[in-house]
Design a protein around this ligand. Structure first.
Ligand code: SAM
Ligand code: DTB
Ligand code: SF4
Length: 328
């Protein structure tokens, strides 16, 4: 079976996914848009806001990451874990600016029980009490910790595969691909949604990109949320010299992700600041239905609020359309 018609499949082969990715661009975007419209409201783009609740000094050696303690040349101010009240106040501000989801990231290898994890639990409860979706990314996780996060009302846990199993060892040596898969299984088994995707532009091949999508699409159910990041090359990291990817590669990756995971939220994540408005809109047509909103990602600049206002003004808001429909 090779059809990418929007039916749910978990048995995609890497070859099939490469073939989709290499379709003529207009055919690929057209097919992805058709699948997108079958499963989602094409006018709705979810705004998620990101906050680094604990910055830098991470013991892992992820080659792309400015927060790794291995990359001593990076200019970054380390920060201890923020206090819950400050985080919840920022979530409230993000909500007032239009964000529906609040994502909190900590530069940890893994969660450790104790005062700091208690504080994260309080943050999750506080964000949920605002009526927002709450997502955290805290590194590896044990079952009893996932249980506490679920009880606090956590919507989703972000833990990325980052790349293909074949390319992974070139990017990270301090933990294995299997460690990631184990954490993802623990999150799932506690009823927390999975937010799991990766990065393009690190020197991987199209086959690596397809191979990562194959691993994601093999999950049953598919991850509810799939962030697609374009590498933000940061001075002082081993990948600092990598050129920014051609925006059309991001369009192809988004479209292919949409075709193999029809119902998932596909999030146009890091790297958006190097895309012009039209390239971003092409990604939204190709099946992306969420963006990170706000001036900053975790440690690097995001597309600015001003530029995003222009983007959202250009695509129009879904609310007036719904009002018109109900008034008719
Ligand atoms: N320490 C936790 C972990 O790795 O699971 C959470 C934080 S980590 C910064 C979250 C994700 O951000 C990474 O998995 C990676 O996909 C993405 N990321 C980090 N640095 C990036 C960069 N320079 N460009 C693009 N994506 C990046
Ligand atoms: C994800 O896939 N992308 C976000 C979120 N999950 C946590 C993080 C992007 C980080 C980009 C580099 C930085 O700002 O430090
Ligand atoms: Fe640490 Fe996460 Fe950065 Fe890797 S990606 S160095 S685990 S903060």
């Amino acid at each position: 079976m090779t059809a990418a018609d929007g039916t749910m499949r978990h048995d995609w082969t890497t070859e099939e996914i490469v073939a989709l990715h290499e379709l003529p661009l207009l055919e690929l975007v057209g097919r992805a848009n058709a699948v997108h419209r079958r499963h989602h409201d094409p006018n709705r783009v979810q705004k998620a806001s990101l906050l680094s609740i604990k910055t830098g000094g991470c013991p892992e050696d992820c080659a792309y990451c400015p927060q790794s303690a291995h990359h001593r040349e990076v200019e970054l101010t380390r920060d201890r874990l923020m206090d819950p009240a400050g985080v919840i106040a920022m979530a409230a501000r993000a909500k007032a600016a239009g964000a529906e989801r609040f994502c909190m990231g900590a530069a940890w290898r893994q969660v450790r029980d104790g005062r700091e994890f208690d504080a994260v639990i309080a943050m999750v409860e506080g964000v949920r009490a605002l009526g927002m979706e709450a997502c955290v990314t805290l590194g590896m996780l044990k079952p009893h910790q996932a249980e506490r996060l679920a009880a606090a009302g956590l919507t989703a846990y972000n833990h990325n595969l980052d790349t293909s199993p074949e390319f992974y060892g070139r990017i990270i040596t301090t933990r294995a691909y299997q460690d990631r898969l184990d954490t993802l299984a623990i999150v799932r088994s506690h009823g927390i949604d999975l937010c799991c995707g990766g990065i393009i532009g690190m020197g991987e091949t199209v086959r690596d990109r397809a191979s990562m999508l194959r691993v994601l699409a093999a999950m049953e159910p598919h991850p509810e949320s799939v962030p697609i990041n374009a590498l933000v090359p940061v001075e002082g990291t081993p990948l600092a010299g990598r050129p920014r990817i051609d925006p059309l590669e991001l369009v192809r990756m988004v479209a292919t992700a949409r075709l193999v995971m029809p119902a998932s939220m596909v999030r146009l994540s890091a790297g958006r600041s190097s895309l012009n408005r039209e390239a971003q809109i092409l990604c939204l047509v190709a099946g992306a239905n969420s963006v990170f909103y706000g001036d900053k990602l975790l440690t690097t600049p995001n597309a600015g609020i001003g530029e995003d206002a222009e983007l959202f003004a250009a695509i129009g808001r879904p609310e007036p359309i719904a009002e018109q429909a109900s008034a008719a």
